[in-house]
Every structure is written in C-alpha cells, then in structure tokens.
Design a protein around this ligand. Structure first.
Ligand SMILES: NC(=O)C1=CN([C@@H]2O[C@H](COP(=O)(O)OP(=O)(O)OC[C@H]3O[C@@H](n4cnc5c(N)ncnc54)[C@H](OP(=O)(O)O)[C@@H]3O)[C@@H](O)[C@H]2O)C=CC1
Ligand SMILES: CC(C)(CO)C(=O)C(=O)O
Length: 301
C-alpha cells in the first residue's frame, strides 16, 4: 500500500511563502498545493541561489470561500502584522489533523496564533531563507538557507516537506534559543530600515557599535526568558553583516522601500516589551521601535 500524498496550503505567497511553495512543489510527498493569496498571481517563478529557475503553477485562491476541503498542512508566511487577516483562511483549511506551521520572524509565533487555534496544532518555524520579491509570484531566492522547527513528531513532519529541496530542514531541542538567536540577527535590521541602506551600511562609522548595542539588549532579554545566548552573539551579528553582500536587502528594509508597514514590533518592540517585564533597559531597541513606528506618520495623520 502506498501512503497518500499530502495536501499543503501556503497562506501569504510572498518572498518566503513563494520560495518555500516553489521548492515543496517538487517534493514527492506533496500531492496538492494551494496558494492562498491576498493579491492575485499567475504562477511562481523563483530564481534559485545557483541561478536555476524553479517554476510552479499551483492552484491560486484569493478568497477563503474558494477553499473546498481542509488540508494536511497550512504554512503561514505573511508578515507578523497581517496575522489577524490571514487567520480568515484557517476556518476552511482546518480539518481534525491539520497542522499550521508559522514561518515568520520574531519569538511570538505561537502567541500570535493561539487566538485562532489550539497551541498543539501550531508549529513555530525559524526561517533563515533570504528572499526578495521582484513582482507577484516572482522571487529571487538569495541563499539556500534553513527552516528550523521544534524537535518532535510535528516538527519532523514539517521538515520532511523540504527533503529534496536546497532549503535545509532542521529540528532542535532548544527552539527558544534558536528563535532568540534569529531575533538577535533581525533586531539589527532596524538600522537598514531607518537608514534606507542595505547590508553594507554596517561598515559606516559607528554602525557596527550600534548594531552590537541593539543585539546586546536582545541577548540580555533573551537570557532573562531562558534562551541560552552566548557572549559571542553581538560580534557574530556584525561579522555576518560584514561578510554578506553589501547590497543585501533584508525583509524589513524591503518593506520600508516598498512603502509597506514594517515588522518593528515583532523584531524590536518585543525586546522592549519583554525587557520591561524583566526589568532590563532596552534604550536602543526602544528608540528603533519609536522611529520605525513613526515612519509614514504624516501620511497617516
Ligand atoms: N524575505 C526574507 O528574506 C525573510 C523573511 N522572513 C520573515 O518571513 C515572514 C514573511 O516575510 P516575506 O515573505 O518577506 O513577506 P512578503 O511581504 O514578501 O510576503 C507576505 C505575503 O503575505 C501576503 N498576505 C498578507 N496578508 C494576507 C492575507 N490576509 N491573506 C493572504 N496573503 C496575505 C502578502 O500579500 P501581498 O502580495 O498583497 O502583499 C504577501 O504576498 C516575515 O515574518 C519575515 O520577517 C524571514 C526570513 C527571511
Ligand atoms: C536576515 C534575514 C534575511 C535572514 O533570512 C531575514 O530574516 C529577513 O530578511 O527578515
């Protein structure tokens, strides 16, 4: 008897969702793939890190009313600030065994979704897959990268979707530390979003030190909530920026340049909020949050 193939829906087929969907469309485990999109797209065309073009033409739906049956896996890859709207897809997609993988930055994957479904259905995922949208369904996948889920049956079933893809699926016994390590990297992205400059700005006078300040605050707060973060993390973040292509555009800078809302709360605000709870000062992340929240203020008021 052959095992039946899995059905997968990707909610938010943007840079990460589109890249992941294109790769898992090649998986022998996946029989049916649906893209749940806010804006229409015809198909996916992803330029892989080695220059190869991955094309996929899954079913695309733009209204939850178009979903006719629940699926085995929902992969949510919207921005963190779009979760409430994205949750409208869950009702028709969820069956008794459906799992929901949350592919987002930050450390609050589960908290963001517990208003909409039980925690034991949620698989939080750390995504280190740099990708940029160049048009609807058109994506530049920059580096193979990794997706990391908690160890256990659900996490292992999730990473199995990536067997045969260039994206490495990892499970970890210490997801908390993995999430805070990634947040350490992401909190520094505030500098790119505020200056409008890609990764190479780390070489400008004073910017490496400012990066370390943002990251040290993250490390202190992460330790207070139980993450095992070493003293090397601030230098590691600077080193990674120094050795990445100078024109790298991270997702928060991508949002700033495209005039979209920014994930400042998931990436910097959370450090301030949890810092307050644990009595840890976070002035650099506080300033970054205030300034990022203020971008576009005149247009909005
Ligand atoms: N880009 C990157 O390199 C990385 C990003 N991340 C994280 O991954 C997450 C996704 O980021 P990214 O892929 O860059 O974001 P994008 O903005 O490229 O993609 C988000 C997608 O979600 C769609 N969307 C928003 N609301 C809804 C909705 N209600 N229903 C369906 N689709 C919806 C958007 O639609 P529309 O087309 O209308 O905008 C867009 O296609 C973020 O948390 C980010 O921080 C993590 C690692 C790397
Ligand atoms: C730092 C990076 C590119 C890693 O994948 C990222 O998380 C982002 O762009 O938001």
């Amino acid at each position: 008897m052959t095992a039946s193939k899995l059905s997968v829906a990707v909610v938010g087929p943007g840079a990460v969702g589109g890249t992941v969907a294109a790769w898992i469309s090649l998986s022998p485990l996946v029989g049916d793939l649906t893209l749940c999109a806010r804006s229409p797209l015809d198909r996916l065309v992803v330029e892989a890190p080695d220059g190869a073009i991955i094309e996929a033409a899954p079913r695309v739906v733009t209204d939850p009313g178009q979903i006719t049956a629940p699926v085995d896996w929902v992969l949510v890859a919207t921005k963190a600030y779009d979760v409430a709207a994205a949750a409208a897809w869950l009702k028709p997609l969820l069956g008794p065994r459906t799992r929901v993988a949350v592919l987002q930055n930050g450390v609050e994957h589960v908290e963001r979704f517990t208003p909409f479904l039980p925690a034991d259905r949620i698989v939080p995922v750390i995504v280190d897959v740099p990708a940029e949208r160049t048009g609807p369904g058109r994506i530049q996948h920059r580096r193979n990268g990794t997706v990391t889920a908690p160890a256990g049956e659900a996490g292992e079933a999730f990473v199995a979707l990536f067997a045969g893809s260039v994206i490495e699926g990892i499970v970890t016994d210490d997801f908390l530390t993995a999430a805070w390590t990634k947040l350490s990297l992401n909190c520094a992205g505030a500098i790119n979003a505020l200056t409008g400059e890609p990764g190479g700005v780390v070489r400008a006078e004073g910017v490496a030190d400012l990066t370390r300040e943002l990251v040290w605050e993250c490390v202190r707060v992460g330790r207070a909530v139980g993450a095992d973060l070493g003293d090397h993390i601030p230098d590691w973040v600077v080193e990674r920026a120094m050795t990445s292509p100078a024109d790298s555009v991270n997702s928060i800078l991508g949002d700033r340049l495209a005039g979209r809302p920014m994930e400042w709360d998931a990436r910097n605000g959370v450090i301030v909020r949890l810092g307050e709870l644990h009595g840890i000062e976070t002035p650099a992340n506080g300033m970054a949050s205030t300034l990022l929240a203020a971008v576009g203020w005149q247009l909005r008021s």
